[in-house]
Write a protein that binds this ligand. Sequence first.
Ligand SMILES: *Cc1c(COP(=O)(O)O)cnc(C)c1O
Length: 371
Amino acid sequence: MQFIDLKKQQSRIRKMIEDNIMNVLNHGRYIMGPEINELEEKLAEFAGTKHCVACSSGTDALLMPLLAWGIGAGDAVFTTPFTFIATAEVISLAGATPVFVDIDEDTYNIDPEKLEQAIEKVKAEGKLNPKAIIPVDIFGLPADYDRIIPIAEKYDLLILEDAAQSFGANYNSKKTGSFGDAAATSFFPAKPLACYGDGGAIFTNNDELKELLLSVRVHGQGKNKYSNDRIGINGRIDSIQAAILLAKLTIFDDEIEKRNKVAKKYSEKLKDNLVVPYIPEGSISAWAQYSVLANDSKHRDELMNALKQENIPSAIYYPIPLHLQKAFANLGYEKGDMPVSEDIGSKVFSLPMHPYLTDEEIDMIASILAK
Ligand SMILES: *Cc1c(COP(=O)(O)O)cnc(C)c1O
């Protein structure tokens, strides 16, 4: 069994993927070919935003809005420590300071109450300027935007939604990618909508930001290639990856439905033995991961070992919360500072999850875990 089975998906649309790649080989516009514009239009329509700017990775999709907004030295950007390193890494890359805010114990997303406390604390200390919030839709579940947006408005902060794991999810009938001032997603092969390499996209309704992002994407270019108005990056997505995504997008809605069926079945089978994912009313997850809680880290080791014996892969996202990573040692956080993230990190593990997981496979995993 595979943790994420990309072969079943490929066999479903192999011809379309081949045709789309062939088109790129025939026209030869490997950089900024016509597939990129087409993809951006389709993605913006899917997410329900005015603009989409496709780019080289989810990491760059997070970095580019920060650069476009001019966020840098002396600025505080609030985010969660229970996420992939890229979420906070880009804050440091931009020259700003990540301020970690602990998570909600049920959703594992940023805790709005603690967010407001953290903003107040930074303001009271007076060393950093609060500038932005990066809420993460962890495991595919949208963060609590109804509570986060009013806080951003109250303190005049920008919101950059990290939708790297949640593209295709819903929050109160709105698609992820449409929350905040900008949103970033990733098309890394393990994400819900994925290419065969690296890729990402930024979403916004703001015309001015869109123009800035187009400039940042190509070395801060001005009117032409050799006039440079600002510091940017090489943030382009390849035409071939856009061509692959165009094929995958045709079955994406169906795949999200299938992921939700798999998750529902998992939860029915597992809920008596483990803590299964909590999905608040009004939310639909994109199920980048299906993650459960064991009683403690020893219990988790036992369960993961039992699965391994039967050749069933599982994984821990995320064993070390970001505030305890060596890369952020300069920020001065200590063990105990983010108790919920630390506690969840010691119990959580993720099971195989993809749209093509069969009922038999789910039954088998559930029965091993029940023993
Ligand atoms: C995967 C991921 C990213 C980074 O995306 P890449 O395409 O790998 O650069 C950022 N944030 C979160 C939450 C992710 O899961």
